[in-house]
Ligand binder design. Structure first.
Ligand SMILES: Nc1ncnc2c1ncn2[C@@H]1O[C@H](COP(=O)(O)OP(=O)(O)O)[C@@H](O)[C@H]1O
Ligand SMILES: [Mg+2]
Length: 432
């Protein structure tokens, strides 16, 4: 004989079965899909940041190829548009064209030898770079010196990525002095200016470090030759001049299509330049917590290409820290947790960096991972043993969301009108 069902309110049920299912994150934000423990799953990084559920609005999405990471990002951005949020996307596979078309914008397609240029050394608008920053502004936008420091940091990271090693102190100084001298000569210097200044340093630059121009030139020569790739070598015609007129960084969506370089070993370098340009545009958009309400989502899809190098990963992390003050939520898409600490070098510096980036991204979305990845994923993301067991078995579209210290198992639902936005199987089939 069947026993009568036991009925109880969810509040009592929560007390009867504690720790089985968490309460939802609330209803403010965009609908992602179904919480598999019941109910709808709604998420908004800015809202959660304001409610102090998370201490930063950044997100990292992990998952094997084809699990639905990009599909999540595309629908997430599209749904956020309803709330007036804007999105900037670094798109290494050239797969955000449909989304751009829905939004009525054209992706910015960069190709070596092409005509469109972005200057990664662009200065943020004056508003974002008031000398010394505004009172209470923790963005670190401390005027001209800060801008020069950031430019130097970017170029050192790029050179380290190309040379696949750490720079020597003398090499670093050669870069910094070149950036300094060109930044004081021109409001918006370009990469060719910096390369020229490194190959033929000014006497004053050499005097600043008690050496002669020939020695300083020798110190900077290898770095200059690597940067020259972006100016006169195989990567020319994308980042080697003033930003092309007519690019509208104020538009609702900016997609930087880098697919011409997807197969290139230099993809990480190109993505770094593109991201640097995006951040420079964003830095001028004011700061403070108010900007969270009109937040911008900055997506770096296939971010593993960028994070493989320690120097670039460090630069990205410091950019993320600044970005919080600009009202930006960063979204990085990776294949594996180990992508965070991948690269030629290993050891404590990488581990520290990986932990730092994770600490700076309090929304972590974990799609299916290979069984070999689970131990590391568990340790780095603080998964419970049940969650860790689940991770290799998650099907397409299902992910474990860690938001702050809470977990949700979520099936991402793609609406009929969104199917065309997310469909990448054809492109994947063609690429094989
Ligand atoms: N939640 C989902 N529901 C239905 N189909 C999905 C879902 N997520 C992804 N897909 C489909 O799976 C394919 C691969 O998804 P994609 O987001 O490109 O994978 P990834 O970025 O993880 O490599 C796409 O063709 C997409 O249409
Ligand atoms: Mg993808």
């Amino acid at each position: 004989m069947a026993r009568p069902a036991h009925e109880v309110t969810t509040r009592h049920l929560g007390a009867a079965y504690p720790f089985v299912a968490a309460g939802s994150l609330g209803t403010a934000g965009v609908l992602v899909g179904r919480d598999l423990c019941g109910g709808a799953f709604v998420h908004d990084p800015f809202e959660l940041y304001q409610r102090q559920v998370v201490t930063n609005p950044n997100m990292i999405i992990f998952g094997q190829i084809g699990r639905g990471k990009s599909a999540l990002v595309k629908t997430y951005l599209w749904r956020q548009a309803v709330f007036g949020r804007r999105a900037w996307v670094v798109d290494p596979k050239g797969e955000y064209g449909q989304l751009a078309a829905h939004w009525g914008v054209t992706p910015v397609a960069l190709r070596p030898g092409g005509t469109l240029r972005l200057n990664p050394l662009d200065a943020p608008s004056r508003a974002g770079m008031a000398p010394g920053g505004t009172a209470g502004d923790s963005s670190g936008s401390g005027g001209e010196d800060e801008l020069v420091r950031r430019r130097g940091e970017l170029l050192c990271a790029l050179i380290e990525a190309c040379l696949v090693r750490r720079l020597l102190p003398s090499e670093r100084v050669a870069v910094e002095l070149a950036v300094q001298s060109v930044s004081y000569r021109r409001v918006t210097p370009t990469l060719p200016d910096v390369v020229a200044a490194m190959l033929a340093p000014a006497a004053s630059a050499a005097a600043a470090v008690r050496t002669d121009p020939a020695t300083l030139a020798a110190d900077g020569r290898q770095g200059a030759l690597e940067l020259r790739r972006l100016v006169a070598g195989d990567l020319r015609g994308m980042f080697d001049g003033p930003t092309s007129p007519g690019l509208d960084p104020g538009g609702p969506l900016v997609v930087l299509d880098l697919s011409a370089l997807y197969q290139s070993a230099a993809l990480g370098v190109v993505m770094t330049c593109a991201t640097a340009w995006l951040h420079a545009q964003l830095a001028g958009r004011g700061g403070g917590s108010d900007s969270m309400s009109s937040g911008v989502l900055v997506v770096v899809d296939e971010a593993w290409a960028l994070l493989g190098n320690l120097g670039v990963a460090r630069w990205l992390q410091s950019s993320w820290k600044l970005a919080r003050a600009w009202g930006v939520a960063n979204i990085a898409v990776l294949h594996r947790v180990s992508d965070l600490a991948a690269g030629a070098e290993s050891g404590s510096a990488h581990r520290e960096l990986a932990h730092g980036l994770l600490a700076d991204s309090e929304t972590r979305v974990v799609y299916g991972q290979a069984p070999g990845e689970v131990t590391q994923a568990r340790r780095m993301l603080g998964l419970s043993s049940t969650e860790a067991e689940l991770v290799p078995h998650l099907g397409r579209g299902v992910a474990l969301w860690r938001v702050g210290d809470r977990s949700f198992l979520v099936r991402h639902v793609v609406g009929p009108a969104e199917a065309a936005l997310v469909w990448t199987d054809k492109a994947m089939a063609a690429a094989q």
